[in-house]
Design a binder for this molecule. Structure first.
Ligand SMILES: *[C@@H]1O[C@H](CO)[C@@H](O)[C@H](O)[C@H]1NC(C)=O
Length: 313
């Protein structure tokens, strides 16, 4: 009799175990993101020494990232409220090439250089998603530093040019795509580019779609997966930590430089993705419970079958 009970439990337990394992496997990177303090490969702020003659900063470590600043806006007319931030970066970096990517030039760039991605690019339901992805593509292609239009430059960015690739730590966890730097063809941004197609899902709720498909959560997940494999120093992604008072590269004007229509979604993103993670856990619990009930209904039959086998012996 004992073996009958043990066997009849084995099947539902195995099925439940499989469901839980698959669930954890699928959501693993999202779950670990919740507990990841993101302190590895931290970039500390260092005030660059300045050459007396050229008045440009000198760093002892070699410059890896090319001197290019990338920004995006829908057209060439940057609104008044972002001009000060934009000017602060332009004036402190006259020796940098400056590229302002507009809706038109961004799409043209994708069409010319990455035509395999154009369908996906055009399929995005929100402009903010195109604004997200163009920054990954231009960093992978040209290298340089991407800066959101609402970020002003507090100091010269030269020390940041000495890392092969970096992103900024985000609140409450993960990394953000508001300011990033990279050498051309860095394996991390190449991977980000390729992963975009896999994550192109319309969840029919704007902020989930944006967050998971192209935005900071997408970037954080790719980063988590990537850093397990990155080995050499050149492959690493470095993390720009939140600034100490008076020691910052950038000053966040706490606005939104996004295309105005999309601005309201961004405010949701940081707050609500935690909520959706919890929702994910609840969904998994419901799936577990339903499968348990189904198995319970099968249970008498399973018992019967084993009993029959026992009798058969
Ligand atoms: C850019 O768009 C704004 C409206 O969104 C318009 O007022 C402005 O004239 C446009 N600038 C150019 C250069 O087309």
């Amino acid at each position: 009799m004992r073996t009958v009970i043990r066997r009849s439990f084995a099947i539902p337990l195995t099925i439940l175990g499989l469901i839980v394992t698959i669930g954890v496997f699928i959501t693993f990177d999202y779950i670990t993101l919740l507990f990841d303090p993101v302190t590895d490969n931290a970039i500390d702020f260092e005030v660059p020494a300045v050459d007396k003659e050229t008045r440009l900063p000198v760093t002892s470590t070699p410059q890896l990232i090319p001197k290019i600043l990338h920004q995006t806006w829908k057209n060439e007319t940057v609104p008044e409220k972002w001009r000060e931030a934009q000017e602060s970066c332009l004036q402190s970096h006259p020796d940098f090439e400056y590229k302002l990517w507009t809706d038109e030039s961004a799409r043209q760039f994708i069409a010319d250089e990455y035509s395999w991605f154009l369908d996906t690019y055009d399929s995005y339901p929100y402009n903010i998603m195109r604004a997200d992805v163009i920054r990954y593509f231009v960093l992978a292609h040209f290298g340089g530093i991407y800066i959101d239009l609402d970020e002003g430059c507090q100091s010269r960015l030269d020390p940041l040019l000495t890392y092969p690739a970096w992103v900024r730590q985000a609140e409450p966890t993960g990394v953000s795509n508001s300011v990033m730097g990279s050498t051309p063809n860095h394996p991390f941004f190449l991977r980000v580019m390729l992963e975009l197609k896999n994550h192109n899902t319309n969840w029919h709720v704007p902020y989930i779609t944006v967050m998971y498909s192209t935005g900071p959560l997408f970037l954080s997940i790719v980063w988590k997966q990537y850093k397990r494999w990155a080995r050499s120093d050149a492959e690493q992604v470095w993390i720009l930590m939140p600034p100490e008072p008076g020691a910052a590269y950038f000053n966040d004007l706490h606005g939104s430089s996004w295309h105005e229509d999309d601005a309201k979604y961004i405010a949701y993103l940081g707050v609500h993705w935690l909520f959706f993670t919890v929702l994910g856990f609840l969904l998994a619990a419901v799936v577990g419970l339903v499968s348990y009930l189904i198995i319970r209904r099968m249970y008498p039959r399973i018992t019967l079958k084993y009993k029959y086998l026992e009798y058969g012996k």
